[in-house]
Design a protein around this ligand. Structure first.
Ligand SMILES: *[C@@H]1O[C@H](CO)[C@@H](O)[C@H](O)[C@H]1NC(C)=O
Ligand SMILES: *[C@@H]1O[C@H](CO)[C@@H](O)[C@H](O)[C@H]1NC(C)=O
Ligand SMILES: *[C@@H]1O[C@H](CO)[C@@H](O)[C@H](O)[C@H]1NC(C)=O
Length: 364
């Protein structure tokens, strides 16, 4: 099994290790939790750092883990709310109001938390972490600090992520990125590009890289202040011992990979349990042409009504019954065949014999 192989690599020798986890929220946490539970089942001790600004989502307990709560002066859910704001401006909001400048402004106004700086300057917290003698830090690189805590304590760290802007997970792991045949993730190009596409691919890489480096200058000053005045933040990120990437090679075009970059896609797959909700079971059983499951991930709960109308009208034309994870204003064009739910038992639905198709945004 892929997961056991990876975790055997992560574990330091055969003895139980002490592992500190620096998590992110929502689907990132759903994935991280699976690795944490596997580590615990192999007798490793796991401690999870939990910010007071995270939502309830991450507070669902793994009883066998230790939680290290730390306080930051932001309201609970702050992190999620600022992401929601950007998502609604850039992708899901009123198309009439999402001009190019509106989108750019929303990206720039993404309220940044200086959570990492608050952790790095709290010597009480850092000393107590250091006193635990952790062997490894397992970090989500989409929220900074795990790598800095590890570097401060002098222990190795491993990242668990799907992708990063400018594909930093490849460039910082020193993986060659031949842009002539490896398309950037959001370009929709294939591995066969004409001259124009290759040029656009290169431009995409360059502007994302410049943007990311500019955006991370704040992190550089934290590194200079608390770790080493001669190192940059990206220099520290590039020291990751291993990159666990949540995709499968089947979804990639041929490309070079470094030995410490491991594709772990599918590690979260598990047998579907029977559906618990009897009214849902009855509704599915009455679907003579089967059902379609439609969800755009944990974060996309709603969208502007004008967008929902278009989707609902298209779904209404299908012979199948559709279960749509949606929690926004109900579109008038919602068909009798479509059921909206604010949260769906996705794995159970995917394993159901009546399920014919899954429509998703491509994440978890
Ligand atoms: C530093 O961390 C400790 C332990 O988590 C906490 O009790 C204390 O309030 C923190 N100090 C500041 C200034 O946030
Ligand atoms: C962490 O603890 C070790 C002893 O276990 C000590 O040698 C080291 O200086 C400490 N590091 C920091 C940054 O406090
Ligand atoms: C930073 O680099 C300078 C010049 O190479 C060197 O003198 C200094 O000791 C370095 N500082 C640290 C903290 O490594």
């Amino acid at each position: 099994m892929k997961l056991s192989l990876l975790l055997a690599l992560v574990a330091v020798g055969a003895d139980a290790s002490k592992i500190l986890v620096w998590p992110a929220e929502w689907s990132h946490w759903i994935n991280m939790k699976i690795i944490i539970k596997e580590l615990i089942s192999r007798d490793h001790e796991v401690a999870i750092m939990r910010s007071s600004a995270y939502t309830d989502f991450i507070k669902i307990d793994i009883p066998e883990a230790t939680y290290i709560d730390f306080y930051v002066p932001y309201e609970e859910g702050h992190h999620l709310q600022s992401m929601d704001k950007v998502l609604s401006q850039v992708k899901l909001g009123d198309p009439a109001e999402s001009s190019f400048f509106g989108k750019a402004y929303a990206m720039l106004s993404l309220r940044r938390m200086n959570q990492c700086e608050l952790v790095m300057k709290n010597s009480t917290l850092l000393n107590s972490l250091n006193a635990t003698d952790f062997d490894l830090v397992l970090a989500d690189p989409t929220v900074m600090c795990g790598e800095l805590i590890a570097t401060k304590m002098g222990v190795p760290f491993v990242y668990n992520v799907r992708t990063l802007p400018a594909e930093l997970h490849f460039s910082l792991s020193q993986t060659p990125m031949p842009l002539s045949y490896v398309p950037m993730i959001n370009t929709e190009f294939s591995d066969t590009m004409n001259l124009f596409e290759r040029t656009m691919n290169m431009i995409t890489y360059v502007y994302q890289t410049i943007g990311v480096r500019a955006g991370l200058s704040m992190m550089d000053s934290i590194v200079h202040k608390y770790i080493d005045s001669n190192r940059s933040f990206l220099d520290i990120v590039s020291q990751s011992s291993m990159w666990l990437i949540r995709t499968d090679f089947a979804f990639e075009y041929p490309r070079p990979l470094m030995p410490n970059v491991k594709f772990i896609g599918g590690f979260h797959c598990q047998e579907a349990e029977p559906l618990k909700d009897q009214s849902l079971v009855d509704w599915i059983n009455e679907a003579d042409d089967g059902i379609i499951v439609f969800s755009m991930g944990s974060m996309v709960r709603s969208m502007h009504k004008s967008k929902a109308e278009v989707i609902a009208a298209a779904l209404a034309r299908l012979p199948q019954r559709v279960i749509w994870r949606y929690d926004g204003e109900m579109p008038d064009s919602l068909g009798a065949n479509t059921k909206t739910m604010d949260w769906i038992p996705q794995n159970e639905l995917m394993g159901h014999p009546k399920t014919k198709l899954f429509i998703s945004h491509g994440g978890k």
